[in-house]
Ligand binder design. Structure first.
Ligand SMILES: NC(=O)c1ccc[n+]([C@@H]2O[C@H](COP(=O)([O-])OP(=O)(O)OC[C@H]3O[C@@H](n4cnc5c(N)ncnc54)[C@H](O)[C@@H]3O)[C@@H](O)[C@H]2O)c1
Ligand SMILES: N[C@@H](CCO)C(=O)O
Ligand code: NA
Length: 437
């Protein structure tokens, strides 16, 4: 079927964890790829930083080059796969590839979240594809479902566990009762967390993915700078215990949802923070380093996408899926869907976003204390949903769960509580998600 067809030439930039698996799969799946694309898919070259670096796979020496810029400028390159990561030189290489008429597949969430629109515009101008399924939740199909399958529906909310490292850490804290530092050490020992875990534990990686998800779900331009970001390094064993006592579990969530702004317009709330979710919520069952994305839309209702969010081969699976699609389009002289930002929705400031808080407070156990605590909530116009009190000798612990209020009013309530004489300590403050009001 593909005999005599002109081969499609693919340049792979970067031969690390993901790139090496992309190169392996292009070789091993050559026959199937050719049948699916309608023409042989061949490597034009593999750009690396050092020719003699140790690699997971053998790459024929004549394919390796340290001149990535020269490789993407070659006339015979039809598709460029960028798996170097980071902002530069990845951005310049992608722009150069598009200008030269190649389509691009990338796994680079950091670049797309920082400067996606520059790349989308360049792809539009060049009439070429820019595909990036691997950039969000690795192997899990979520970019394409949002971009294509749900294109006729109205998505109202996306809740994701999109960082495997932090999910692994929180899962260990929940299952073993360990503290953050011990769970992080375990994640590092098992290779889930890097030596410098900042990007994962402080939520930068999840925030980049949240920006991409919000852009796709709400047909608007959302960048990493728009995302309210809190990591998990302040989550304590006491927080996780307090969550468990209420039948909930702490997860680092990437949340993108439509909310009404103060002026009554639909705006996008996009944020990454730890939150308690009920154990009955589908995301609560996502254990270890797995990822999942829960999508709510008007017509479809609730959808869940689940699987491995990282790793060389799983991520390469998503890259190859994109490669087949853009190769087919390239061959047929067409392109797939590009950026959709027509809705141009504003991003809601975190302070104006309605959230719910779970607050655990150590107080003196005497008359009037509960009333005083309730007053602090009332003063900031925050309605209380439940209060639980546990006596502990002369002390008591109050656990208050609020109804929805703006995040600013909830934060002001907590500040007020911290300053009260009867309050010995505010031992846990955590947002609550995934429940009815
Ligand atoms: N590893 C994962 O599980 C995973 C999952 C999803 C997305 N991603 C994304 O995939 C991309 C690659 O990640 P990775 O884990 O394979 O990283 P990696 O560090 O293992 O690989 C990157 C490779 O690029 C090479 N490189 C750097 N600069 C170069 C240059 N100028 N020319 C040629 N090669 C150069 C490095 O030497 C390295 O081998 C990143 O954008 C990352 O965010 C990774
Ligand atoms: N470091 C990421 C994988 C790549 O996005 C994670 O822990 O999920
Ligand atoms: Na994906």
């Amino acid at each position: 079927m593909t005999e005599g067809e002109k081969p499609l030439k693919v340049a792979v930039l970067g031969c690390g964890v993901v790139g090496s698996q992309v190169v392996r799969l292009i070789h091993e799946q050559a026959d199937d790829l050719a049948a699916r694309v309608g023409a042989p898919v061949e490597l034009a070259g593999v750009a690396v930083r050092r020719l003699d670096a140790p690699r997971d796979i053998d790459v024929p020496a004549d394919l390796l080059t340290t001149d990535a810029a020269g490789l993407v400028a070659r006339d015979d390159v039809d598709v460029v796969v960028e798996v170097i990561g980071g902002i530069e030189p990845a951005r310049s290489l992608i722009l150069s590839a598009l200008e030269n008429g190649a389509s691009v597949v990338t796994a680079n969430k950091a670049l797309l979240a920082e400067d996606g629109p520059t790349l989308y515009e360049a792809a539009e101008k060049a009439g070429r594809d820019l595909y990036y399924e691997a950039a969000v939740a690795g192997a899990i199909p979520i970019v394409r479902p949002l971009r294509e399958s749900l294109a006729g529906d109205k998505v109202t909310r996306v809740l994701g566990i999109v960082n495997g490292t932090t999910n692994f850490i929180l899962d260990k804290m929940d299952a073993q009762g360990s503290g953050f530092e011990d769970a992080l050490e375990e994640a590092q020992a098992l290779g889930y967390a890097e030596a410098d875990p900042t990007a994962d534990v402080e939520g930068f990686d999840a925030a980049a993915k949240a920006a991409i998800l919000a852009s796709l779900a709400f047909h608007s331009r959302v960048t990493a700078a728009d995302v309210h970001r809190e990591g998990i390094s302040d989550v304590t064993a006491a927080d996780v215990r307090s969550a468990a006592d209420r039948g909930t579990v702490v997860k680092l969530l990437a949340i993108a949802e439509l909310r009404e702004s103060e002026s009554g317009e639909e705006a996008v709330s996009v944020r990454v923070h730890p939150a308690m979710i009920p154990r009955s919520h589908p995301l609560a069952s996502v254990r270890e380093a797995f990822n999942a994305v829960f999508v709510e839309s008007e017509a479809a209702g609730q959808l869940m996408f689940y699987g491995p969010g990282a790793g060389g081969a799983p991520t390469a699976s998503a890259v190859l899926g994109d490669l087949v699609t853009v190769a087919r389009n390239h061959r047929q002289g067409t392109r797939g869907v590009g950026e959709s930002a027509y809705a141009d929705r504003a991003v809601l400031p975190m302070g104006e976003t309605p959230t719910r808080y779970h607050v655990a407070i150590d107080v003196d156990d005497r008359a009037g204390v509960l009333a005083a605590v309730a007053n602090a909530f009332a003063k900031h116009d925050v309605s209380i949903q439940t209060v639980r009190q546990e006596g502990r000798g002369d002390d008591a612990q109050l656990v208050v769960v609020s109804h929805e209020a703006t995040d600013a009013r909830l934060a002001a309530t907590v500040e007020e509580l911290r300053g009260m004489d009867i309050v010995r300590d505010v031992t846990s403050v955590m947002r609550v998600e995934g429940t009815d009001e």
